[in-house]
Design a protein around this ligand. Structure first.
Ligand code: FAD
Length: 325
């Protein structure tokens, strides 16, 4: 696709047309847990269906790359930022609805830990694991997030999604998709960067709220003891196939990085956590370039030592070839 060149005059025109909704040159670092990276050329915070309708108009008028940001907890934005339209859902997109005794719908901007606690309080079981994943429901669906022996695909039943690609036949139509249509597998789905997940329905089991809340407390305590705080994106790399679960003897990505002697390794202000080797900490003043260079060093070192190429779990934005714009 040939994208619209977003020079200053064009940005001004777009912001004027969609006044109150779209802003130009908005720093993205505060919208990510790494807290690094440059600005979005265009940025819109969507709180309602009315806002969404304006976005359909914008993207059918101007060809712009889309980046949806949930809680930015699995996202590395380049230092030059994102030369397109960044969408961030809030307001009515963060609501919860109980649809039946065991089915609950979360707006995609709902925090995953809040979704876990709400489900537990309703005496529904199956989402306790999600208390440890600091993303949104939308980001969790796209990533098929998981932990503590479970993942989104175990209880997700369907989502509402809309395509923001004007060339797609479903452009601007909110479509309900069954979980089986999403090709959810280990930390992946078939959702595209122009797909906007609006809501997700989970089919849970009747449970015991006291028990679920106790499990939640244990998970939170485990996370505090075993994972670093600060500016990071959780696991940077996916585990090599078959590794990283309690039944596997293959080393996880973290174990490989540790065995390669990389704990504490640093590029600029990015450092492999000394608490968990699959975490990269971004110290104050860190650049996305430092994180990216450290990712590359880890990949090279693990490849040389174990002949295994670690694939990033973290999503990258804004690193594309400038020729595309
Ligand atoms: C301390 C820490 C611990 C973590 N632990 C875990 C863990 O145990 N298990 C795990 O799986 N992950 C973990 N993560 C990673 C991260 O929290 C998950 O991947 C989470 O699901 C990302 O959600 P998000 O809302 O932050 O998505 P973002 O980081 O904002 O985005 C991730 C991807 O989803 C897309 N996206 C986000 N929202 C939408 C939407 N509404 N519609 C369409 N696309 C969307 C983005 O474009 C991007 O491609 C951890 C991260 C941190 C910082």
């Amino acid at each position: 696709m040939k994208y619209t060149h977003l020079h200053d005059e064009k940005l001004e025109k777009i912001c004027e047309t969609y006044q109150g909704l779209v802003r130009a040159n908005v720093p993205l670092a505060p919208f990510t847990t790494f807290k690094v990276g440059g600005p979005a050329k265009l940025f819109a915070e969507l709180a309602s269906q009315a806002d969404l309708i304006q976005i359909y108009d914008l993207v059918s008028t101007y060809q712009v790359p889309i980046l949806v940001i949930g809680n930015g907890s699995n996202l590395l934005v380049s230092d030059t930022g994102f030369r397109g339209l960044v969408l961030h859902l809030t307001g009515s997109f963060a609501e919860a609805k109980v649809l039946s005794e065991t089915t609950i719908e979360f707006g995609s901007a709902m925090s995953l830990p809040v979704a876990a606690r709400k489900s537990a309080q309703l005496s529904l079981t199956g989402l306790e694991w999600a208390v440890g994943v600091p993303g949104t429901v939308g980001g969790a669906v796209v990533m098929n997030a998981g932990g503590h022996g479970s993942q989104v695909s175990n209880t997700l039943s369907a989502i509402d999604v809309v395509s923001l690609n004007p060339l797609c036949k479903n452009f601007g139509n909110v479509v309900a998709q069954d979980v089986t249509e999403l090709a959810l597998s280990y930390r992946s789905s078939n959702l595209e960067s122009s797909d906007l997940v609006l809501a997700a329905r989970f089919k849970l089991e009747p449970g015991d709220s006291t028990k679920s809340l106790e499990t939640i407390r244990e998970i939170v305590a485990w996370r505090r003891a075993n994972q670093p705080g600060g500016q990071n994106c959780g696991s940077v790399f996916t585990n090599p196939q078959g590794a990283g679960n309690e039944f596997s003897e293959s080393p996880s990505a973290g174990e490989l990085i540790e065995r390669a002697g990389l704990k504490g390794a640093r590029v600029g202000r990015a450092q492999i956590s000394s608490k968990h080797a699959n975490f990269i900490q971004a110290d104050p003043g860190c650049l996305a370039g430092d994180v990216l260079a450290l990712i590359g060093e880890v990949q090279d070192a693990v490849k040389e030592r174990f002949s295994i190429w670690l694939e990033p779990e973290v999503k990258m934005a804004g690193f594309e070839d400038p020729k595309d714009y």
